[in-house]
Structures are given as C-alpha cells and as structure tokens.
Design a protein around this ligand. Structure first.
Ligand SMILES: C[S@@+](CC[C@H](N)C(=O)[O-])C[C@H]1O[C@@H](n2cnc3c(N)ncnc32)[C@H](O)[C@@H]1O
Length: 281
C-alpha cells in the first residue's frame, strides 16, 4: 500500500469514529512510524509502506479511533511552537494554555528592572510545558538587572520525571520538586518577587469531558464540585504574599475565581480567554 492509499484509508476509519482531525492524525501517525517529518510524507504519496510499518500504523490508528489522545500515541505535543514529551502520566498541553505564556510575558515586560529577583513557580507543572516555555521566552528579553529562577511543582512523580526530560531537551534550568498543594506550604524567600503560574485541575466534578480527556489522569483534570477547590487552596496559601498569580479556568468560573482571589487580597488585573491575572493588593 502507498502512503497516499494508507492516508485515505485511515482518514475514513478515524472519521467514522468521529475524530475531527482525522487526516492530520493519520499523517502524524504515519510520520511517527516512519520516523520522518510530515513534509517528507506529503512529498512522497507513492512511497510503498512495508508490512511492519503498515501494521504499526494500523494499530496506532485503531487506538486513535478509540479516542486515545494523539499526543500519547506519538509521545509528544507541540506547545508554543516547541515539542514536549508527554505520556499518560501527564496532561496533554492545550492550545488555550499558550495564552498564559502571553500574559506572563507582558507582565514580565512591565517588571523591567523594578525587581532584582523573580521566582517563577509553576504549580501543577505536568509535562513542564508552561515553565519551560516561560524560561525560554524570558531568556530572549533584555533584563540584565533582574535574576529569574524557575520552579516546577507537581504531586505526580512520573509527571515530574517527564518534565525533567523536557527541561533537559530544551536546555533550561528548572528546579522541579514533588509538592502536594493539599499538604505542603510554599517555601519562599522574602527578598524575591513571586509569579505563580497555575493551570491546576479545574473541571467541575460532574462536568462531561470529551472522550480523549477520559484517557488522561483524573487527578490532573477534576477540581471538586465547582472545579475551584485547588484554586481555593492556592490563594489561601499565598494570602498576603507579594506576588502575581496567573490562572487557567473555564470562562464561566471566572467570576467565582475572582471572588476567591479577592477574599485573599488579590485583585484581577488582566484576563484573556481561559486565563486570569491577579496581583496582590
Ligand atoms: C491541568 S494539569 C496541568 C498540567 C500542565 N501545567 C499543563 O498546563 O499542561 C494539573 C496538574 O496538577 C497536578 N496536581 C493535581 N493535584 C495536585 C496537588 N494536590 N498538588 C500539586 N499538583 C497537583 C497534576 O498532576 C497535573 O499535572
């Protein structure tokens, strides 16, 4: 069978299982199995697949047809233009989370030379995609008088292992640490300004999630009855700490999340799509 025939066959299979990105996913799986770039695949529609590659492609497409996330099948996901290793122990980085990086960068621009030392703390780091991207992007800024330190905290040891691999691959220095937001407290130096990046589990308990998300770790997704339990814990723990907090949650949760922040003396200073930025008053 040629690449072109295989692409068409697998696209039909995935479409019949309501996979919206059927063609793209077939392409990604073929390029993963052949260990070639997508451009290589697209330039060679008549290339004949051997029986081993074909069988591997069919196995992965069948798994995709049962709505396993494409990122788990090919072991990586793009975030902010870079590839990150993912596994079933980590949440798959979402495009909506890229806005968190955008809003962080505009805040860092505003800090220009006003503070000497900044800690960027990614709480619930998962694959590490947010804090690693932050470190890479901030390194492009001309901020000679400000020293940045980066931290990635998570309750999951296997996720932290993946995050460390990602940091190594992208050549950034991040301090990853096992941390349970329910039991632990933050160990912060008084002299530094802190920016918390928090894409914590925020889906309400009875919310219907899509089939792909059912393959992801439950503890990375659900945040109690209204979804905001982890944010209550976070704001409670950083009450009165001079800091910025950038959160992700569903737009219908934003009013309630602002109330939680306000109760802990944080005010909303910016917001876009799923992301809100809070500053200590
Ligand atoms: C929504 S995922 C976000 C992952 C990653 N930051 C991203 O944006 O792709 C939430 C993360 O919070 C972590 N988490 C869940 N419960 C936690 C807890 N009690 N303390 C610390 N981290 C927790 C999960 O392991 C998961 O990695």
């Amino acid at each position: 069978m040629t690449i072109n025939e295989c692409l068409k066959q697998q696209k039909v299979l995935l479409e019949s299982h309501n996979i919206p990105t059927a063609y793209l996913d077939s392409e990604l799986i073929i390029s993963y199995v052949l260990n070639k770039e997508r451009s290589w695949i697209l330039a060679r529609p008549e290339y004949r697949l051997n029986s081993k590659d074909l069988s591997n492609i069919q196995t992965l497409c069948n798994r995709r047809a049962s709505h396993e996330p494409i990122a788990y099948l090919i072991g990586k996901q793009e975030f902010y233009g870079r590839d990150f290793i993912v596994s079933p122990d980590t949440l798959t980085p979402r495009p909506e989370t890229e806005t968190m990086v955008e809003l962080l960068l505009s805040q860092v621009e505003n800090l220009r030379s006003k503070v000497e030392s900044v800690n960027i703390i990614d709480v619930g780091t998962g694959s590490g995609c947010i804090v690693i991207t932050a470190a890479l992007e901030i390194s492009n800024f001309e901020l000679r008088n400000t020293r940045f330190e980066y931290f990635g905290l998570d309750i999951s040891t296997p996720a932290l292992k993946i995050a460390c691999e990602n940091a190594k691959r992208h050549k950034v220095d991040i301090k990853f640490k096992k941390f349970d937001l329910i039991k632990n407290t933050f160990d912060l130096q008084e002299s530094s300004f802190n920016i918390f990046l928090a894409n914590l589990p925020y889906v309400p308990k009875n919310f219907n999630i899509n089939l792909a998300a059912t393959h992801e770790p439950n503890f990375a997704i659900f945040g109690g009855d209204d979804g905001l339990d982890y944010y209550r814990l976070l704001f409670d723990k950083i009450h009165k700490i001079n800091s910025l907090v950038i959160t992700e949650s569903l737009p219908f949760q934003h009013t309630e999340l602002s109330k939680i922040a306000r109760k802990n003396e944080f005010k909303l200073i910016n917001s876009s799509d799923f992301i809100q930025v809070f500053s200590s008053k």
